[in-house]
Design a protein around this ligand. Structure first.
Ligand code: ADP
Ligand code: GLC
Length: 479
């Protein structure tokens, strides 16, 4: 099949979160099983400055209608090996910036222009490049308007650009909401500025474009696909999603088992396997040393995440007593909300021998935290899929996760299933979280049981191979 993907992030080119990992893996794995895959990304500074971009070729020049203006753009092509082509939509005014979506204080105020432009540019590029796809697969709100623009472009030019469109929701909490006047930038007929179109409580919602106008809607775990039909997780879109329920499918993400392999991981100072965990103990010592913590045998709880409400930072910050009193340590790598950063810094200052903090985005460090921790914390309030709980199991680190979204689908609770359990699952509230932390200490003290849980986790298959087969089947069935 000819498959075209469009998203705002793709590992290793640009990443702020799991969207990038998933797009990178899907791109690679679909090509590896024989499909011809193209990927459209905005030309962010990080890409333009990358070594790979030196090999990119300018393919076509665009004239994109954006409200009352026509804006120039360029499509650069970069071949990434057999059957994998990356297309970069270049308009430096919009994308040649240090950050992707905004500064620390606030989102860029032209994000409506930037991503409406991106969606229109992809459609025009497909037409000018003569790409006729079987599947156009768009991810998250930044690409939300693509399915609709595609059909409009086809109609206007009496051509076919893609047989079927797919829209993946990686996180419903990010919707691409803009004030009403932004609708003008779409140049769409007014009928689309309605409740069964892009209108959302007197605003314009880019994610609604994907929800209403894609042929299939996907999300990144089966549990999240059920959850988003309810008010607790639907972020106000549960009604719209209900309308499309028959076309909504959840497939849990996989992980890149080449990048995340404790036997070969170049980010680790020592390597290990399920058979011989001695390298893991050395990674633990290296991690503690790096963060200036005493190197001893007490259990280490690791955490790596964007510092946002979603990730359960409030729950964590209410457990200060636990980490202060119990014989254990907390290691946290994260960046985000300045208030959380401040609170964590105060913590680390007050307990320099117990709390190790790294406030930054650091890919290599995230691998070391996974390898060097005994337990991994994900007390998320909601979690469409989550990747770190899978990295953790592969790295012999026992995940403690709240029982929401994909966390529930990918971690086997040791209480519910003592034989094959791989982690501790709890409800996202203070009492249950405290209970889970205590259960972890108990497990750590029982060396034999701990070894069994680690072995169970390391033995699981989270590879994209299996997941890709599910995507393929869905694509095939739809055309
Ligand atoms: P989300 O996409 O909601 O942030 P996921 O669990 O799907 O959550 O993916 C997060 C990805 O981002 C993981 O690969 C994680 O290791 C990485 N990550 C998050 N914060 C950091 C950080 N501060 N430094 C390095 N990697 C990070
Ligand atoms: C989102 C979600 C996360 C998911 C990732 C990749 O960022 O928050 O749970 O794993 O997308 O699909």
């Amino acid at each position: 099949m000819k498959v075209v993907h469009a998203a705002s992030e793709m590992f290793p080119f640009v990443k702020t979160g799991g969207l990038a990992d998933v797009c990178g893996s899907l791109f690679k794995s679909l090509a590896s099983v024989g499909h011809e895959v193209s990927f459209f990304l905005p030309g962010y500074r990080k890409i333009l400055e990358s070594k790979e971009f030196e090999k990119a070729k300018l393919k076509v020049v665009l004239q994109v209608e954006l409200g009352e203006q026509y804006l120039r753009g360029e499509v650069w092509e970069l071949s990434l090996g057999r059957r994998q082509t990356l297309y970069i939509i270049r308009r430096d005014e919009f994308f040649d910036r240090t950050n992707l979506y905004g500064t620390r204080e606030r989102d860029y105020d032209d994000n409506d222009r930037r991503y409406i432009y991106f969606c229109k540019a992809v459609v025009q590029a497909m037409r000018l490049l003569g790409i006729k796809a079987d599947i156009l697969h768009c991810h998250d709100w930044q690409a939300g308007l693509l399915p609709l623009f595609l059909r409009m472009e086809e109609q206007a030019n009496s051509i076919s650009l893609a047989l079927k469109t797919f829209f993946s929701i990686h996180n419903l909490a990010f919707q691409g909401l803009f004030p009403q006047p932004s609708f003008e930038l779409t140049n769409l007929p007014d009928e689309f500025n309605a409740i069964d179109g892009l209108e959302f409580y007197k605003q314009i919602s880019m994610i609604k474009g994907g929800i209403f106008f894609a042929d299939k809607i996907m999300t990144v775990s089966q549990n999240y696909a059920r959850e988003i039909l309810t008010p607790r997780f639907g972020c106000g879109l549960e009604g719209a999603l209900k309308v499309r329920e028959d076309d909504l499918v959840g497939i849990a993400n996989g992980i890149d088992t080449e990048v995340w392999n404790p036997k070969t991981d170049p980010c680790l100072p020592f390597h290990y396997s399920a058979k011989d965990l001695s390298g893991k103990a050395k990674c633990k010592a290296a991690l503690l040393e790096k963060l200036g913590l005493p190197v001893d045998a007490s259990p280490v709880f690791g955490m790596v995440c964007r510092l946002t409400e979603q990730k359960g930072l409030d729950l964590l910050l209410r457990q200060l007593n636990f980490f202060a009193k119990e014989d254990c340590k907390l290691v946290l790598l994260g960046k985000g909300d300045p208030d959380y950063e401040k609170a964590l810094k105060r913590w680390a200052k007050a307990h320099p021998n117990k709390v190790g903090l790294s406030i930054q985005l650091d890919e290599a460090m995230s691998h070391l935290v996974e390898a060097g921790s005994d337990f991994f914390l994900m007390p998320s309030i909601f979690e469409p899929c989550g990747l770190n709980q899978m990295y953790s199991q592969r790295y012999g680190t026992v995940p403690l996760v709240s029982g929401v979204g994909g966390l529930k689908d990918t971690v086997i609770d040791i209480v519910e299933d003592p034989e094959s359990g791989t982690g501790i699952v709890f409800e996202p509230n203070d009492v249950a979280f405290r209970g889970a932390l205590r259960a972890a200490l108990k497990l750590f003290a029982d060396k034999k049981r701990m070894a069994k849980v680690i072995a169970n986790g390391m033995g699981r298959d989270f590879s994209w191979k299996r997941v890709t087969a599910e995507y393929e089947a869905l694509y095939r069935d739809s055309i």
